[in-house]
Write a protein that binds this ligand. Structure first.
Ligand code: MG
Length: 367
């Protein structure tokens, strides 16, 4: 199966409601959709959301990486030469993890289609179902309590809340949500690097002393501050999950060696795709550290690829793949079925995606 063309375009998916974090407010998912064509009828699908504030990847940067580095390295190559192709993707240029992730997942899609097997089975996965949390957007305590109740009524039993701008208001929001949901509802929080290490410990322990019962906190301190992250991990009552601090396997190894976090968040857009995500999962297994599978604000091509990875590795015990649930429409055909909190992978070959509608072409490179 020879790679004959890479073609990419832009798709815009409106969100149900604007998504607010400590870093930004977003009204729609703006995505780059990649198709890798072959000399067979099979097409591999990939996706890269430009999330400059987290990955540094912009739409223009993703397109440039595809056109000038990744496409020339892949055209004419055989998909069966898979392990070497994976190496090519990661070494074609430095950084640019989102563009690499799009190419990586499109190649996994093709490899699975080539042999007629779903990617999660190709990776040895036995389960084909996941249960995701849902992020409650940052608003007034009353609005968040109302949104949390709506989520519970929809069947969600695990809620994620963004915190980090105003500690007193965060506590008020969490208390309002905690009071509005059943006692066994899991509440996890994400500070997106907002605190200093000392602030984080004070705020997190204060939350637990108030009975807010927080399951875990994502990235309480700056991404580069591993010593600070370790300080929080050692002194906080709330388990700490490293997110922005872990891009590739090298970052994961450093954090595991330091004991800087209790948990690791794997996102394909940070690590450059399934190939590196598997390495992180293996490292985490060695250290007995459970992983979360997460996503950016992204569509169902990439989230679907993340679901395949998660179904393949038991060390991935926490699922934060609510991107498609936050979207008002879905241009993706085939792939994982998202039914409120339940994600189910079909038995279709590869990643199972058959088309993405409404893609506005940007560029293509052909043999
Ligand atoms: Mg996070």
């Amino acid at each position: 199966m020879k790679i004959t063309a890479l073609e990419w375009g832009r798709v815009s998916i409106p969100l149900r409601t604007p998504f607010k974090t400590a870093l930004r407010t977003v009204a729609s998912v703006e995505d780059i959709i990649l198709r890798i064509h072959t000399d067979t009828e099979h097409v591999g699908f990939g996706e890269a959301p430009p999330t400059g504030v987290i990955t540094g990847d912009t739409a223009e940067g993703i397109c440039g990486a595809l056109k000038n580095h990744l496409a020339p390295a892949l055209l004419g190559r055989e998909v069966e030469d898979f392990e070497t192709l994976m190496h090519t993707v990661q070494t074609a240029l430095v950084h640019n993890s989102s563009a690499k992730a799009a190419v990586d997942m499109a190649l996994w899609d093709l490899y699975g289609k080539r042999y007629g097997i779903p990617v999660y089975k190709l990776l040895g996965g036995a389960r084909n179902q996941l249960v995701t949390d849902l992020t409650i957007s940052v608003n007034s305590p009353e609005e968040m309590a109302r949104d949390a109740r709506i989520a519970i009524d929809r069947g969600f039993d695990c809620l994620k809340m963004k915190v980090g701008v105003d500690p007193a208001l965060d506590v008020a929001r969490l208390a309002a949500v905690r009071a509005a949901v059943p006692a066994d509802t899991v509440i996890r929080i994400d500070a997106n690097q907002a605190w200093t290490p000392r602030e984080a410990v004070r705020i997190l322990n204060g939350m637990q002393e108030k009975g807010l019962d927080i399951e875990l906190v994502e990235q309480p301190v700056k991404a580069h501050d591993l010593e600070g992250l370790k300080y929080v991990t050692q002194h906080s009552y709330v388990p700490v999950l490293a997110d922005e601090a872990v891009f590739g396997p090298e970052d994961a190894l450093r954090i595991l060696q330091l004991g800087a976090a209790d948990l690791i968040n794997i996102k394909l857009m940070k690590c450059g795709g399934i190939h590196n995500a598997l390495k992180i999962a293996t490292l985490a297994e060695l250290y007995g550290v459970q992983c979360m599978i997460g996503c950016m604000l992204e569509g169902r091509v990439a989230v679907n690829a993340a679901a395949h990875l998660a179904c393949a590795r038991g060390i991935v015990t926490k699922v934060d793949l609510d991107g498609p649930m936050l979207c008002a429409s879905d241009p993706v055909r085939g792939g994982a079925v998202f039914q409120e909190k339940d994600i189910t992978l079909p038995d279709a070959p590869g990643l199972g995606v058959t088309d993405v509608e409404g893609v506005i072409p940007i560029d293509a490179v052909r043999l």
